[in-house]
Design a protein around this ligand. Sequence first.
Ligand code: G
Ligand code: G
Ligand code: MN
Ligand code: NA
Length: 254
Amino acid sequence: LWLETELRLAIEQEQLELHYQPQYDLNTGQLVGMEALVRWNHPEKGMIPPGEFIPQAEETSLIIPLGEWVLNTACRQIAAWHAMGISPIRMAVNISAVQFYRIDLAQMVAKLLDHYGLPATLLELEITESVLMDDVEAAAETMNKLTAMGIQLSIDDFGTGYSSLSYLKRFPISTLKIDRSFINDVTINEQDAAIALSIISLAGHMGIEVLAEGVETVEQLSFLQRHACQYGQGYLFNRPLPAKDIERQLKTAH
Ligand code: G
Ligand code: G
Ligand code: MN
Ligand code: NA
């Protein structure tokens, strides 16, 4: 349980930090948003990726204070960039099931937006398919509240969960994020290509936006452009970067 104890300290002592990965319109090249990704800058172990502590944070409910820290920091960063004269950019934040079901997420987010004087349209919350299927009624209620406030909701890792497509009718979803496992071999594997194209088409027919995750090569980019996938993010454009490195890009992009 060292991890639980240390993670509790990490949240209190601000050992966590957010990195930001830009998202682009693949046709115009315009920067349209960023995804905030948490890292743990451990005093002895160095930078620990979220895959190594988010699951434990979820099991121990530490994800609740951690998730609040992430949302607060993301909102504070948007406000700080705005104060620097950078035009407002939408920020996507990953949300766990625990946060979705155990706290009043809409109320917490409303307080943060109010505190930093931010329009809700600048915030996007990423949830996975499995989150939606845990408790369909409760999920619909929370999502409707968030959407009524003007917050965007996206489905992360789309295509990898165990859900049925019928939830796309029930929930107010703004964006499908095609999981990077389908993008990785999209130019060489016909099955991956078929799945990616089906998701692009599904989103188009439903009037939902679509973003490809994990774009790493120019071949993948041109495939996505050819097949009218509107948005993308990935190492081809940028790795997730600390705020200072992102700032430099934002200043030149506007
Ligand atoms: O950066 P990396 O590929 O290691 O991220 C691993 C996983 O951690 C991803 O699935 C990502 O969604 C998740 N993750 C990153 N930041 C956050 C966060 O702030 N909150 C939650 N709940 N998950 C996050
Ligand atoms: O589950 P989620 O989609 O939130 O995971 C996002 C994670 O994917 C981040 O931790 C980020 O570091 C990682 N990521 C972002 N772009 C790429 C990419 O182009 N290739 C790979 N392999 N990982 C990426
Ligand atoms: Mn994500
Ligand atoms: Na993903």
